[in-house]
Every structure is written in C-alpha cells, then in structure tokens.
Design a binder for this molecule. Structure first.
Ligand code: TXA
Ligand code: MG
Length: 340
C-alpha cells in the first residue's frame, strides 16, 4: 500500500484536505493525524473492522484498549450512559486537552475498542486538525499513538512514516506536536479517581480542580520492580536510566558511558542542559533545562528516535524531577529502560 501524506497547516486549516482524510476514515481506513500530545492512528470507533486494522497495523495485542476521541461533549454521553459529576467537572476544566477519562461504556461501544472491558476511555484533543477531522467524520475516532507496538510514540509525521509507512492509507502532517507525551489516563469510575497513566495534565493540576486523586499502584511504586514491567516506549538502543541526583548522577553516567565505549559500543547521553558540559568527552543530546519540564516532555520522544536513527547502541538518560510533567517523563523513561 502507498501511504498518502497530506500536509495541513494547523494555523490555517484547509477544510478540503480534512474532508479527504475524513472520507478515508468513513470508508473504514486508517488515517494518522496530529494531536497536541502525539500523533494518533485513527479509525472510525464505531466500525469494528476499521478498528481491527489499527491493531493489525501496529502489531498491538487486542487486550490493550483504545481511546475514543471526540470533538463535542455531547458525544461523551453517547459513549457512556454513566457520566459522574466529577467527569463533567474534569471535562469542563481540561477539555479540549491531554486528559483521557475512563468511564462505564454504553452499548454503542464495541468490545474491540475496549478490550472487552465494561469501560471506555474518551478524550477531546486540543488540536485543530484533530478536532476538524473528528467533526468532519461525524463519528468518534479510536486512536492509539501512531507507532509500532512497544516503540517510542511519534511526535512528527516523519516518525509515523518511519513506523507505519506502507501499512496505512494516509498520514496528516501537521508539524511537531506541542505536548510531546501522551494524555493522562484517569479512571473516574472509582472514588477517589485514579491516575492509570501519568501524562500531559499533571497530577498537581488535577488536584487543583478535584482535590483528591489516587495514583495507580504502578505509579505509586515508581516501577521499582523491573521484573513486573512490560517494556514500552522502547528505542532500538538499550536505554539506561540513571535516577541518582546531582554529582552522583553525573558520575555514574560517566562511569557507565566509559564502560560501554570500552566494549566498542556507540553510546549517547540524554542530559539536562545544565549538565551538558559535564560530559565533554561523550556524545550528548540535550532534553532541556531540568526546570523546564514542558520543554523536556516535548523533546523526549524525538531525542530517543534520533539516537536510533544515528545508530546509537546505548542511551544513558539522566532522570528528571518527578513533579508536574516530570512524572509523565519518568514513567516513560522507566518503561523504556525496562528489560525487553
Ligand atoms: O495522548 C494520547 O492519549 C494519545 C493520542 C493519540 O490521543 N493516545 C494514546 O493512545 O496514547 P494509546 O493507545 O497509545 O494509549 C492509551 C492508553 C493505554 O495505556 C490503554 O491501556 C489505556 O489508555 N486505556 C484505554 N482504554 C482503557 C480503559 N477502558 N480502561 C483503562 N485503560 C484504558
Ligand atoms: Mg501508545
């Protein structure tokens, strides 16, 4: 299959092009499109055959449920007949935006979308291309991140081409995504609500709106037990995350880098800007200032993919502070560093 690439300027949306993409989705085909977080691989959420193609293209197991993307809050009430007041409060505060709500599903939603769970994940993305596309298709769009299963999520159309070129009908190129990490997934069927995946809306921001928020067990324990992890977000290179702080972090990274270089391996370091100069004998890519976590999040996946493109075999990453978007970044780095 030849994958068509449709360039759309997010600041000046060409509705004729959106209509072409919407037609593909209505026909039951796959279209990758930008959201504010990462690129999504979209299909008509109400068409089982179309949704099945998503799993096939990504190599994703059917037991991993998808997010349904909507452009109008009314759609939430079609996908779920039990929308608790707290969900509406959250939707009003954070939609459109990088927050996914998990609610009891309605009969409209097929088990192929939800991995046969009785819940459905719903979000309204804060991206004009995504919103126009959903509006134009007049159906919720099921979309996981548009990467091969287990790999680093895509933040540019080129990343999608690299993983899924030749396997899907169309990719909308709307430039680089803003947030760079996926949405926060929040289960609102339980009290207090529970964060299942840290993401673009920080726990601090959630707490400002609804007070109490629980972390899923995995997040609470900070994935300290690597044996239990399923690896995810993985670059091709082996990723080593060094969570020590300050000088001890720099020292350990230098030591590890030297060790692997002696073994003849190509080693790259992903460092905070303030530490860049401390690795002058080594190859370094800067994720951003340690205090500018939004910038770090926006750069994270592209840096991992760039290391791969340049043939690095080992990536050693500095851990970041675990507040605000730092939590989402660290969750991803820990999974990416988990044994395959
Ligand atoms: O930012 C995002 O969320 C991006 C963009 C494209 O919207 N999408 C994304 O989708 O990251 P995906 O499929 O890569 O991740 C969705 C996550 C998975 O961890 C899945 O297990 C969880 O949401 N999820 C989906 N439905 C669920 C449900 N009913 N209950 C619990 N978790 C669910
Ligand atoms: Mg994903």
């Amino acid at each position: 299959m030849k994958t068509k690439i449709l360039e759309i300027n997010p600041k000046k949306i060409d509705l004729a092009k959106i209509k072409i993409a919407a037609e593909e989705i209505k026909k039951g085909n796959l279209v990758a499109f930008p959201t504010e977080t990462v690129y999504g691989l979209g299909a008509d959420a109400l068409n089982e055959k179309a949704v099945a193609k998503i799993f096939q293209a990504k190599g994703r197991p059917f037991n991993d449920p998808l997010i349904a993307h909507i452009a109008d809050i009314k759609e939430l009430y079609r996908l779920s007949k039990q929308v608790p007041p707290i969900a509406l409060k959250l939707a009003k505060a954070f939609w459109p935006g990088p927050l996914t709500l998990v609610l009891k599903k309605s009969e409209l939603v097929s088990g192929i979308v939800t991995a046969d769970l009785d819940t459905v994940a719903v979000r309204m993305p804060a991206d004009n291309i995504a919103l126009s596309l959903i509006r134009e298709t007049k159906t919720p769009i099921a979309a996981p991140s548009a990467n091969l299963f287990g790999k680093t999520s895509p933040t540019t159309a080129q990343h999608v081409v690299d993983d899924l070129g030749g396997k899907i009908e169309m990719i909308i190129d709307g430039g680089k995504t803003k947030v760079g990490v996926e949405s926060t997934v929040l289960d609102v069927t339980v009290e207090p609500v529970r964060v299942l995946r840290a993401g673009g809306i920080s726990v601090e921001k959630l707490k400002e709106v609804i007070g109490q928020v629980k972390m899923s067990k995995e997040l609470e324990e900070g994935f300290r037990s690597p044996g239990m992890l399923n690896s995810h977000y993985s670059p091709q290179a082996k990723l080593i995350l060094v969570e020590k702080k300050g000088d001890a972090q720099v020292e350990e990274i230098r030591m590890l880098a030297s060790k692997y270089i002696v073994q003849g391996l190509k080693v790259g370091i992903m460092a905070k800007e303030e530490n860049q100069n401390k690795y002058d004998r080594f190859e370094v890519k800067v994720i951003g200032k340690g205090t500018e976590l939004e910038i770090c999040a926006a750069n994270l996946f592209a840096i991992l993919r760039n290391f791969d493109k340049e043939g690095f075999e080992i990536i050693i990453a500095e851990g970041l502070k675990e507040h605000d978007l730092g939590l989402a970044i660290m969750e991803r780095l820990r999974k990416a560093a988990a044994p395959k």
